[in-house]
Design a protein around this ligand. Structure first.
Ligand code: PHE
Length: 346
């Protein structure tokens, strides 16, 4: 076949050339344009073309090469487009279900308690978990030989062999925040102090080496035990319902005088007596009392002018009473199956 016919033959093939993949494109490139390809062969034949035809043939050959190259380029764009389409996101497809976390039950209850007191005008105060002896014990009227200052009850960061007042400890109650606040400000003081506290206890279903407390403190002129009782009654009714009753039993804390423990009427039987309240009709929820004048003086507040009350409760305990969690350890294990049970508790 003459060179011109061969050129025309290849030209004729171009219109119907097809490729639907990278592999097919590569096959076409090899067929026409590679070293052993058909066009290369035609260029090889070119040198035998008689001199007077060389100009025309050369032009035609070059045109053919451009045509083939362009055709393959066009096909390549088609393949790329198709690939892009198949990679495209289907925006009508439903989304993957997304795991939404839940608020921790202790956070839910802490929030509820804070909200109740915030409505009464208490503001939030926080302090460090690593504390010195002064803020945890000394300023709070603990005697130097009080058992809470023993290794059995308190975690020590630094223990001074001769002077207990120079110890550094993990705070065993959030009363330390009350001390810090009283040292900084003069009455009226009305604060609520949530926070984590630490006690050297073996970890069981009923005890843990850390837990959470909320303490309240109110200092002003003429604050009386009656004020304390009324605020706590309001708190109990906000938390457990308007029918709730409270009772105060005399107790002892170094930093309050008089001191009391508060029970609420059993939230399960309403006070009639059931196995939950051990048939007493009452459940203990907090400790409280009038701030001991020694504490006020230690914090720079004139106890002849001011008086105040304080109370403290464990958030775990309140949460247990609400949700009947049987094992305290559940609160700190972060087992999603447990946490998921509080999805609707916000
Ligand atoms: N700080 C006490 C405790 O940890 C609780 C408490 C606070 C009691 C305030 C009375 C007044 O047990």
């Amino acid at each position: 076949m003459a060179l011109l016919d061969k050129i025309e033959a290849i030209k004729a093939q171009m219109a119907s050339l097809q490729a639907d993949s990278e592999e097919a494109l590569e096959a076409l490139r090899i067929k026409y344009l590679s070293k052993k390809g058909e066009l290369t062969a035609l260029f090889a034949e070119f040198k035998d073309v008689p001199a007077e035809q060389k100009r025309e043939m050369g032009q035609r050959l070059n045109e053919l090469k451009t045509l083939v190259t362009e055709r393959i380029t066009t096909l390549r764009e088609g393949v790329a487009d198709k690939q892009k389409q198949s990679n495209q996101v289907d925006i009508t497809r439903p989304a993957y279900p997304q795991y939404v976390g839940t608020r921790h039950p202790l956070s839910v209850v802490r929030r509820q308690i804070i909200d109740i007191f915030a409505r009464l005008g208490f503001t939030l105060a926080e302090g460090p978990e690593v504390e010195d002896d002064w803020h945890v014990f000394s300023a709070l009227n603990f005697a130097a030989d009080h058992p809470a200052r023993d290794m059995q009850d308190t975690f020590f960061i630094e223990q001074n062999p001769t002077d207990v007042t120079r110890n550094i400890v993990l705070r065993s109650h959030t009363s330390s925040v009350q001390v810090r606040t009283m040292e900084r400000a003069q009455p009226p003081i009305r604060i609520i102090c949530p926070g984590r506290v630490f006690r050297n206890e073996a970890i069981t279903a009923r005890a843990h080496c850390f837990f959470h407390q909320i303490e309240g403190l109110y200092i002003d002129k003429n604050v009386s035990f009656a004020d304390l009782k009324q605020v706590l009654l309001h708190f109990a009714r906000e938390l457990y319902g308007p029918e709730t009753q409270i009772r105060l039993r005399p107790s002892y804390f170094p930093f309050t005088e008089p001191s009391a423990e508060m029970d609420v009427s059993c939230m399960l039987c309403g006070g009639k007596g059931c196995s939950f309240c051990k048939h007493t009709g009452w459940v203990e929820i907090l400790g409280c009392g009038m701030v001991d004048p020694n504490v006020l003086e230690a914090c720079g507040i004139d106890s002849s002018v001011y008086s105040g009350y304080a109370f403290g409760l464990g958030i775990e305990r309140i949460t247990n009473l609400k949700y009947m969690v049987k094992d305290l350890r559940m609160f700190s294990e972060n087992d999603v199956r447990f946490l998921d049970e509080f999805v609707s508790a916000h």
